[in-house]
Design a protein around this ligand. Structure first.
Ligand code: SAH
Length: 204
């Protein structure tokens, strides 16, 4: 599947029906999701691989990975409403992905969801709950040797020091996250947030 086709296909997916600010629920826009997935595909980290999406939300990343030929895809998500939407979205595109209702901080997940080859994720940036992204990074490093994650632009330094001794960043791809007005504290119809996609490899 071509990048543009993937992007157009992911555009068809349903969003969060009642987005919850406390969980930082923002669906990754199709162009950014497709970019992350296609990059991972080109690096040999998707096709034929077992892939896990942490905080899978409405399933954009998980479903995209399945469409690009992942052998097995699992999404982990704390919000039951989001899991329902993700399942409906997977059915819509006839994608093969399983969604587990769980908190990424749940220690039993290590055995239930992993190990896997590749993690893809767009975790909360920690705007509502400080350090909300940390359990995502911790679980990702436990589950897989390769991680692709979207962060706020300028996070490289924090991530580098947070994962010291456990992993390292091998690539950084800049991108834009056009944030639609979703919550009452949003003051503009669309706000463009600069983000970065980081590829992290676990220390072996
Ligand atoms: N991956 C999706 C959603 C990103 S928004 C996408 O790319 O579109 C972040 C997601 O993480 C939300 O769906 C939110 O409900 C989920 N989330 C937040 N805290 C969580 C936690 N502790 N455990 C599991 N999921 C969590």
């Amino acid at each position: 599947m071509k990048l543009k086709t993937l992007e157009m296909t992911l555009q068809r997916l349903g969003g969060f029906p009642r987005p919850r600010a406390a969980l930082e629920q923002y669906q990754t826009p199709a162009p950014l999701a497709a970019r992350l997935l296609y990059h991972a595909l080109m690096k040999g980290d998707i096709a034929g691989k077992t892939v896990c999406d942490l905080g899978s939300g409405t399933g954009v990343l998980a479903i995209g990975a399945s469409l690009l030929g992942a052998a097995r895809v699992t999404g982990i998500e704390i919000d039951p409403c989001a899991v329902e939407v993700a399942q409906a979205n997977a059915a819509l595109l006839e994608a093969d992905a399983e969604f587990i209702l769980a908190d990424v901080s749940d220690a039993s997940l290590t055995g239930r969801a992993g190990p896997c080859d590749t993690i893809i994720m767009n975790p909360p940036f920690g705007a509502q709950k400080v350090h909300a992204d940390r359990p995502f990074i911790d679980l990702a490093l436990t589950l897989a040797p390769v991680i692709y994650s979207i962060f706020n632009a300028g996070s490289t330094q924090f991530v580098t020091s947070y994962i010291t001794g456990r992993g390292k960043i091998t690539e950084r791809i800049g991108g834009i996250f056009p944030l639609k007005r979703t919550y009452s504290f949003h003051t503009r119809d669309i706000q463009e947030i600069e983000v970065e996609i980081l590829r992290i490899i676990r220390k072996s």
